[in-house]
Design a protein around this ligand. Structure first.
Ligand SMILES: [Zn+2]
Ligand SMILES: [Zn+2]
Length: 200
């Protein structure tokens, strides 16, 4: 990994530390329609599965899980419902993960479609490795300018409201440092923060 990439990751991690969102708040960005679609598909699969199973029991076709339960429609349908629920939970987590990545990438001003596609492509073979990559490198959310508290995008170099330098560089080695560093983490030069504001 290149030096610039490491510097960038360090700053991304630093800014993201200010995002103190809980798991519950994160879930709130999921589109409601997606959740209801999953619930609807689950109920539909249950109804169709059990109806077909009961129908086959009368006609003598194959039933769930095999013919040993032919005389016990309740046990057979209960087993089927369990299997459908298991598959549904897995699929729902997968679909909601994609929905989350899409919404989250969008509010972070990243390529939402590309990231969703990456997670989708990597998931069948490598489970949630795409999601892990996404969570590690995602951009920070828009944050408050340290000087005037206006909301600024993580991509801005200067605050459009007060011209505050949002990416301060070390005067000695010119590498980017965070506004909370007292000393440059690369060359140990002392950093002056004449306009430092308390942490948001
Ligand atoms: Zn500002
Ligand atoms: Zn330095």
């Amino acid at each position: 990994m290149s030096d610039a990439w490491n510097q960038r990751l360090r700053l991304i991690r630093f800014r993201r530390k200010r995002e103190r969102s809980t798991f519950r708040e994160e879930l709130r960005i999921l589109p409601k329609s997606l959740i209801w679609m999953c619930v609807g598909l689950y109920v539909l699969a249950l109804i169709i599965g059990i109806a077909v199973n009961l129908h086959n029991m009368q006609t003598g076709d194959d039933i769930f899980p095999d013919n040993s339960l032919r005389g016990q429609p309740f046990l057979s349908c209960l087993g089927l419902a369990g299997a459908v629920t298991g598959v549904a939970i897995f699929l729902t987590i997968f679909i909601l993960t994609l929905g989350y990545v899409y919404r989250d990438a969008k509010r972070r001003d990243m390529h939402a479609g590309l990231w969703t596609l990456l997670v989708l492509i990597l998931s069948p073979a490598y489970l949630f490795i795409g999601l892990i990559i996404y969570l590690l490198v995602r951009e920070p959310l828009p944050y408050a300018c340290p000087q005037c508290a206006a909301t600024v995008s993580a991509r801005f170099n200067f605050c459009p409201n007060c011209k505050c330098n949002l990416h301060p560089a070390c005067p000695q080695c010119q590498r980017e440092v965070s506004d909370a560093d007292k000393f440059c983490p690369y060359c140990a030069a002392e950093l002056a923060h004449p306009k430092a504001a308390p942490e948001a």
